[in-house]
Design a protein around this ligand. Structure first.
Ligand code: JB2
Length: 214
């Protein structure tokens, strides 16, 4: 077993990632999950927990994707995988439309039906979820998550590990801080500081997210 992508995490996000990878002709070799109970996820064997990564690397597997929705945990696990010599691949569904002038980092998930427009930059480990629209000149920070059917107008910036819930929107040029959360359907019309929870239309700050989530 020397070909194929190793997946960290065997939950809901992994299912979508596995099908995106397969849709581009990539094979998926194995999953490691905190619950190492032997099983298969969409036909991919769960071979152990994160301690199994060393063996998989030893078998010659080198490509890896962290399919964990929690932004901070995804970032942490990606760092550990890189230390073990894995290279992070992207999972970009073939139905996504990505501008030739957009730039993607590594470990990025771009799900079915996404549009990413000119000169947008997507940093490592970001998730652009199903049907999201990201217009021109946006900057999506490391390990952020733009939820399903979200829409960002031109020039929006999203901080590292920020999370936009399903159907969230942002008007042109606003900046959403690192670790901020925008609730489902929220419409961001002015800048949001780091670490706040904002909900509603227009999105209003409801509080500060305390401590590290992982
Ligand atoms: O440290 C870990 C670890 N912690 C949790 N290492 C590894 N290898 N696996 C870990 N896990 C595993 O991640 C859990 O045992 C579980 O199997 C999986 C998380 O699955 P869950 O379905 O709860 O969440 P998800 O991250 O796959 O999906 C979330 O994020 C997506 C973006 C959900 O909110 C989805 O609805 C969402 N689409």
């Amino acid at each position: 077993m020397t070909a194929g992508v190793v997946i960290i995490g065997g939950g809901g996000h992994a299912k979508v990632v596995i099908e995106s990878l397969r849709a581009t002709g990539e094979s998926v070799a194995a999953i490691v999950d905190a619950d190492p109970t032997p099983r298969a996820v969409l036909g991919v064997p769960v071979v152990g927990d994160d301690l199994a990564l060393g063996d998989l690397r030893g078998q010659g597997l080198s490509k890896l994707f962290v399919a964990i929705g929690d932004n901070r945990l995804r970032q942490k696990l990606a760092g550990k995988a890189r230390e073990q010599g894995f290279s992070l691949v992207n999972a970009v569904h073939p139905s996504a439309v990505i501008s030739p002038s957009a730039r993607l980092g590594v470990g990025v998930a771009v799900m079915a039906g996404v549009a990413i427009n000119a000169k947008t930059r997507v940093e490592d480990l970001a998730i652009i979820n199903t049907g999201a629209v990201v217009d021109h000149d946006c900057r999506l920070g490391e390990a952020c998550h733009v939820g399903p059917a979200s829409a960002l107008a031109g020039g929006v910036s999203v901080g590292a590990r920020a999370f936009l819930g399903v159907g969230a929107r942002a008007i042109p040029g606003v900046a959403i801080g690192a670790d901020a959360i925008v609730g489902a359907g929220g419409v961001v019309v002015r800048d949001l500081p780091d670490g706040v929870l904002a909900v509603g239309v227009p999105a209003r700050i409801k509080g500060q997210i305390k401590g590290e989530r992982s």
